[in-house]
Structure formats: structure tokens, C-alpha cells
Design a protein around this ligand. Structure first.
Ligand SMILES: [Fe+2]
Length: 380
């Protein structure tokens, strides 16, 4: 693996004019050295592969002129090895054998040129200049690629961080929205001594039923989050009616019934999906499957599914928790009582689905059990 270069190393490599001449014949070494020095190059001479490696370990070279046939390790093997260890070094092979096979082999392993002895000074200098020009282009190309990769890497990282930040903010916003809704709902319920646990049970029963009914994850989440606001309209119910311990007169029932309409008016008109669902639940959670509910006497599937779900969840919680006028019914008794109203008060299919999940219902009931026995929600 070739490591990326820092700026100073890049510049040093571009400016390098040092040439290593490797040849076992001293006159050839000296001649090549002389030619190159007279054209402004710095030269270092090596008589065999081993000495060449030592010189390469000491300092970098822009170019190596390497004899092919040398005693010991051949020039080809040396070059193959050098190019893998020093990829920024250009190579020109020098040989006494004018062979196209050898020339191709040299080019195949990465040599930039091939000079046949005897050679002319001009020929050598042209090949050296070409090899160095090509080396520079390849270096520039590689550095450009590395810079691009750097930019892409940096921008990808910045994008990932921005996405993580957005996800975190979105999660915070969602949690704070849900908490605000729950606290507002609790505030409304608090007037008739309801507990926060009622809100939690209600919302989880609704979510459970919505999920078992096969609604999308998004719809289930909306119903879970919006359902705590079902009785928000009680804000508009006078205390003497809301807090009355006994049975309602028909007039009082008429007053308390208005909480569905009031809740709808409070929540209606928003573009936010959660408030649209909340408005629908507030308006329809007292409608009955047989059309005898309130406030609009809607019937059957005309009642929005979220309203039919909330009706079951709200009634079940009313039955299974203590109220002013009654103790908490055991779960099986609540199931029996509600089943009697299957197809009358409640959507029969939804009721069956709900009671098919008794284990999960019990889990919610126990997990959010009222802390104090003084839970006194009026069923309204
Ligand atoms: Fe209600």
C-alpha cells in the first residue's frame, strides 16, 4: 500500500534531480554520470544490485539508469523490487542487447525507457528528460487523485456528522413534543383527579390495538402520541359537573358530553398530522358502533378507526381502574362486560383483536398501574 504524501514530501519529490546509475562496467557508469552532471543532474553510482539498494535506502532518487546484465542479481529483478518499494522513482533500462522482447519485458515491469549500448549523449538525455517528465505527470496525477479522495472523505465525514446531528435534534424534538402532549393531557385530566398513568395506559392500549389491526407503523405512532389528548375538552367542563360524585342528570350529561366537541375545536385546524389525529380522537372517542354515541351519532365504519380504537381503550381503562362511583373490575370481568356490548358500543372486529392480546394488555395494565388507590377518573 502506498501511503499518501504530505505537502513538503510532495514538493521534494517534484524538485528531485538526483539520478542513480547502476552498471557493473565502471567506464559506462562514469560516462553516464558525466553526461548527466553536465546537464545539471546530481548523480550517484553503484556497481551492482546490492550497492544500489544501499544507496536507495540512504536517499530518494528521481531516476535510476540500470544495466540489465550484471553479476549476481539481474537488473530486471532489481528494478522489479525497487519499483514496489520506491514507486516515485522512474527507471530506464540500459543494455548491450538490442532485443524487443527484453525491451517489452522492461516496460512491462514499469520501466519508462530502454537504452541500447553504445548510446549517444543526446539519445540518453532525451530518454532521461522524457522519463522524468512522465514521472512528474504520474506524480501530479496521483497527488490530484489523493487530494480529491481527501476532499470526498472530508465532505462525507461532514455530511455524516450533519446527518447525525439532525437525527439527534429530530429525536429530541419528537420526545419533547410527546412529553409536552402528555403533560398537557395530564393537566386537563388533573382537574378530575386522574393520574398520569391513565394517560400512559390509554396511549399504549391504543397503540397495541392499532398495531394488531395492521395499521402502518407511522399511523400507530400517531395514534399512540395523539390519544392522550382525547379528553382535553374537559378543560371546558364546569367543576360542578366534572367533579360531581353522583350520577349525572340529563342536563349535566349534556354538559359533560360537550367535552368531545370542545376537544375537537381546541385541536382542529392544524396542518400537523398529530393534531389532526388528536382532533379526530377527541371528537369521536364517545361515538358508538350502533350509532347511539355522541356528539354526532356516527355509526359503524363512518367513525374514524382512531376513534373506534380510542373508544375501546378508554372504556377498558375506565372499567379496570377505580372510579368515584365504582371499584376497579378484574380484567376478565371487564372483558365480559365489554363483550356484551360487542357490535353495539364497540367495533366488533377491533374488540376481538384487542381481547386476543390479553397478555400484552395485562403487561400495559401492570406496568402503568396507579401508584395511589385514589384514582378517580369519571367515565365521560
Ligand atoms: Fe372522554
Amino acid at each position: 500500500m502506498i501511503l499518501p504524501l504530505d505537502r513538503s514530501t510532495q514538493q521534494a519529490l517534484f524538485d528531485l534531480k538526483r539520478v542513480l546509475i547502476v552498471d557493473d562496467e565502471e567506464p559506462i557508469r562514469r560516462l553516464l554520470g558525466y553526461m548527466l552532471q553536465t546537464h545539471g543532474y546530481e548523480t550517484v553510482l553503484a556497481s551492482d544490485a546490492r550497492e544500489a539498494r544501499t544507496r536507495l535506502d540512504e536517499q530518494p532518487f528521481a531516476l535510476i539508469l540500470c544495466d540489465v546484465n550484471m553479476p549476481g542479481e539481474s537488473g530486471m529483478d532489481l528494478i522489479r523490487n525497487i519499483l514496489s518499494l520506491h514507486p516515485h522513482t522512474a527507471v530506464i533500462m540500459v543494455t548491450g542487447l538490442d532485443s524487443s522482447v527484453l525491451a517489452n519485458a522492461a516496460l512491462d515491469i514499469g520501466a519508462f525507457g530502454y537504452i541500447v549500448k553504445p548510446f549517444e549523449s543526446n539519445e540518453v538525455m532525451i530518454d532521461v528528460a522524457n522519463a522524468l517528465r512522465r514521472r512528474r505527470l504520474e506524480l501530479e496525477n496521483r497527488l490530484h487523485r489523493e487530494n480529491l479522495e481527501d476532499v470526498v472523505r472530508t465532505r462525507t465525514m461532514a455530511l455524516q456528522q450533519a446527518l447525525e446531528w439532525l437525527e439527534l435534534r429530530e429525536k429530541e424534538l419528537r420526545l419533547s413534543r410527546e412529553e409536552t402532549i402528555q403533560r398537557l393531557a395530564i393537566a386537563a385530566e388533573y382537574r378530575d383527579s386522574a393520574t398520569a398513568q391513565h394517560i400512559h395506559r390509554m396511549s399504549h392500549y391504543c397503540e397495541l390495538l392499532a398495531r394488531k389491526h395492521g395499521l402502518s407503523a407511522e399511523q400507530c405512532d400517531l395514534i399512540r402520541t395523539a390519544s392522550p389528548m382525547h379528553d382535553i375538552g374537559k378543560i371546558g367542563t364546569p367543576d360542578h359537573v366534572l367533579l360531581k360524585p353522583g350520577k349525572f342528570t340529563p342536563e349535566e350529561f349534556n354538559v359533560i358530553s360537550q367535552h368531545a366537541e370542545i376537544g375537537y375545536r381546541i385541536l382542529n385546524g392544524s396542518d400537523a398530522e398529530i393534531l389532526k389525529v388528536a382532533a379526530s380522537i377527541a371528537w369521536t372517542h364517545h361515538e358508538r358502533w350502533d350509532g347511539n354515541g355522541y356528539p354526532r351519532k356516527l355509526k359503524g365504519n363512518v367513525i374514524p378507526v382512531e376513534g373506534r380504537i380510542a373508544a375501546i381503550a378508554d372504556s377498558f381503562d375506565a372499567l379496570t381502574t377505580q372510579r368515584i362511583y365504582k371499584p376497579a373490575f378484574p380484567l376478565d370481568q371487564a372483558v365480559e362486560l365489554m363483550t356484551k356490548h360487542r357490535g353495539e358500543h364497540f367495533d366488533p372486529e377491533l374488540l376481538d383483536i384487542f381481547f386476543a392480546s390479553l397478555n400484552e394488555i395485562k403487561q400495559i395494565h401492570d406496568q402503568y398501574a396507579d401508584q395511589s388507590p385514589r384514582t378517580m377518573i369519571r367515565e365521560s
